[in-house]
Structure formats: C-alpha cells, structure tokens
Design a protein around this ligand. Sequence first.
Ligand code: NCD
Ligand code: ZN
Length: 344
Amino acid sequence: MTDTLTIRRPDDWHLHFRDGAIMREVVPYTARQFARAIVMPNLTPPVTTTELGAAYRDRILAAVPEGVNFMPLMTCYLTDTTDPDDLARGAASGVFTAAKMYPANATTNSAAGVTNVENIYPVFERMQAEDIVLCIHGEVTDHSVDVFDREKEFIERHLRGIVAAFPRLRVVFEHITTSDAVDFVLDAGPQVAATITPQHLHINRNAMLVGGIQPHNYCLPVAKRETHRLALRKAATSGSPKFFLGTDSAPHLKKDKESACGCAGIFGAPYALESYLAVFDEESALDKFEGFASLNGPAFYKLPVNEETITLRRAEVAVPPVLEIVGEEIVPWHAGQMLGWKLD
Ligand code: NCD
Ligand code: ZN
C-alpha cells in the first residue's frame, strides 16, 4: 500500500476568492496547497475589464502570506457588451489568462452574464484568433428546463454550436456534473477540456435532499444522480489529459447557506487535495493523481508545470465543523468528517 505521494505542486483551475476581508482570509487556504489558481470574476460588480482584473489581481497578491509562492490567474467576466479589444489587451499584457462565460442568472453573481450566447460570437471569434481560453458555466437558465437537466441541455442548445463554430477556440467546460458532459468532452477535439470538483466526485443528489435538506451540499451545477457521479470518477481517474482539478471553492457564510433561500457554493479550498486524494485512493488510481492535479491543466492552458513538489501522507485528518473567517462562520467541505491523507 502506498503511504506517501510526492507530486509536482498542483494548481486549482477554478475557484472563487471573493473580495475584501473574506478574500484576505481565504487566499491562504488555497496558497498553502496550490501554486496557481484560475480566479473566477463573479464579484459585485464583476471583473469585466483589464483594469478591474489587474486591480483584483493586486488585491489577491497582497493577501498571499509572506514566503508562499502563489500566483492568481485572472479571468474576464464576459457580458453582452464585452469589448474584444480590451480583452485582447488584457490577455496580451498577462492580466487575463482566460475569459469566463456565465449565462445570465445561471448562478451566484451572474446577473450581468450573457443573455444570449450567440450575441457574443464576435468576442469568441477574437478569442479564437488570440488563443484566449474560454471557461464556460454550462447550464441553460430557461425556467422550463428542470434544474437537473440544465447542463445536458446546455450541451445541445449551445456548446455543440460554439465548438463547431470555433474549432480552434480552447474551451473549458467548468465543473462538469453529468455523464453527458464527460461524453461530450471525450468526443470533442483536444481543444475541449473540463474541470471536475471534489464535491461532484464525492456526493450525488441524495446528499443534498435525503434526511432533511442539506444546504452545505448545495452548489451549482447541483449534484446529479449516482450514475453521473460514477462517470465523473471514472473520467477524473482515467488518466485522460482532458480532465483536471478545479475545486469551484465558493465560500458563503454559514448563515447565508442555512437560510430560507440558501446560497449555492461549497467552500472546498481548505482540504481540497485531501478530498480529491480520497477519491483517487478509493478508485486505486493514486498513480493518476499527478496528471489530474498538476500536469493536465498546465498542458491545456499552455503554461509550464510547477517545479516544486508536495508530499501527501496517509494520516487521519479531522476537518473542523466550522471555520471562523472575518469573525463569522463558514462551513468547509467535509465539515466534521475524517479524511485519510494529510498534506505535509
Ligand atoms: C459559485 C459562487 O458562489 O460564486 N457557486 C457555486 O455553487 N458553484 C458560482 C458558480 O461557480 O456557479
Ligand atoms: Zn465556480
């Protein structure tokens, strides 16, 4: 039995840092484990311009603890009125690593998102020409579509069209939750990849709805039925370069999750590697973990792999039931549970 695992330092290809005091307290949880992270732009107001992206990056850098090597990779929030010239400038100057498309009102802070995907085809055209990565929240927002079908429906209504119209555009289908998404990504060319969160590898929708409503297992896209979870586990641990780590860590205060209208989002950052590693261990795929966590993402984003290494050891880790952040409570992913691996 393997009891230690040393791999190149990983990166988190999808997370939410928020801003202000909360951001300053959550950044260290990520920087402790990851060398880089793709930072989502859904602030209020959203990060829609190069100027806003550069300022947000500087606020994050100021929150990185002394002596820790961590680089935030910024994304531009696409809207109906995104200026392709500004986006191209932001990418060329190294401020933006990617652009993020939220269908309007698909999730937390997405009201300014794109109202009609086809409206921003001119921006996609420019992104393809400049080789800027497109990160997509792939859910339709049509109220007549069942929430459990919104990802599958997005593939049929929009994603196939985008990928066909822009065959050289690099697309990350973010936080996939269905076997339909896995199949779509596998069938597409090498320019299409996906991130997978720890929660979607661990839980199905029962964890949200059985035995009373469980708001801390609620995120978007929502966890689906067991067949989908199994398809995601197979994809993540398969060794395919198309799938890589993206926690979608999305902190909300405990009181905002335990509310009559609870927020979507799971704070996965604090024990992210330990959480993923539990899955790879259960699937007897520890040898595939470095690819998923540290190699496939940089290859897709055309960035160098990290030279540093980290070591994880088999050891019991008790996840606290709650973390105190800005004098408030935030419930971490795996709250109150024991995990079997520990980061040195
Ligand atoms: C995210 C958030 O809170 O910003 N919530 C979530 O459930 N994942 C937004 C998102 O990525 O959908
Ligand atoms: Zn997210």
